[in-house]
Design a protein around this ligand. Structure first.
Ligand code: DX5
Ligand code: ZN
Length: 227
């Protein structure tokens, strides 16, 4: 089965997904429109529950509000302890992709993936920097997006963990070997000066929060990250 998200991905062209986390929330409407005009391919929405990560952001109401103004698809990144309970609410809120963390639940990953797909979004799975790819290997055939974290989740503006590049290479090789189709999204600490190495390793959708929203020129930042 090929989701509309997979169909929207142009293989071989790097997509850039600015993370709304670093936008100016007092002017969210304007920020969304400006980043789209600047060339954003997707919006990356960081949902944090203060439990899975030590920070709290926003829930489905805000995702729905963004969906109402955005013309680019939403990739929702759930950093929450109970994705089984809440993932569908983020589907209904208008996310094209709903990703949850492998580490959030001890079992039932397949059920959550299925529930996201059945509710109408593309399922994504996120992995922390210290989770080896071998842990999620059995799930890679069921997802549309693998979100490789290059920082420990919780905050924008952290330093890129360079060891993440090996995991990106490994995921890319494994996908080719096994004929799978998940998109490789990379998230955390991506800047114009390290984006080239992420792209070379096999990163296809590059998330950038501070590097875009805290720059003076969104288009220049997006173009530099896209390469
Ligand atoms: C971190 C979030 C990231 C974050 C990226 O927990 O998942 O998406 O917003 O921000 P930068 O690009 O500033 O590292
Ligand atoms: Zn994120």
């Amino acid at each position: 089965m090929s989701s509309s998200f997979l169909q929207s991905i142009e293989r071989g062209r790097t997509a850039v997904a600015p993370s709304v986390l670093s936008a100016d929330f007092t002017r969210l409407d304007e920020e969304i429109r400006t980043v789209e005009k600047a060339g954003a391919d997707f919006h990356h929405l960081d949902v944090m529950d203060g439990h899975f990560v030590p920070n709290i952001t926003f829930g489905p109401m805000v995702v729905e509000a963004i969906a109402g103004i955005a013309t680019r698809p939403l990739i929702t990144h759930l950093m929450i302890s109970d994705p089984a309970k809440y993932a569908e609410a983020f589907v209904r809120a208008g996310s094209s992709v709903v990703s949850f963390h492998y580490e959030a639940v001890a079992e039932g990953h397949q059920d959550i993936i299925r529930s996201i797909r059945e509710a109408g979004s593309a399922p994504g799975l996120a992995v922390n920097p210290d989770t080896p790819l071998s842990s999620v290997r059995h799930l890679l055939g069921d997802i549309d997006l693998l979100l490789i974290m290059t920082v420990f989740p919780g905050f924008g503006g952290q330093k890129f963990i360079v060891e993440g590049l090996d995991k990106i290479r490994e995921a890319s090789a494994l996908r080719d070997e096994e004929g799978l189709s998940f998109v490789i999204e990379v998230d955390g600490g991506i800047k114009p000066d390290n984006a080239g190495s992420v792209r070379e390793a096999g990163g296809e959708c590059l998330v950038a929060g501070t590097a875009v929203y805290r720059s003076g020129d969104y288009a220049a930042a997006i173009n530099a990250i896209r390469g």
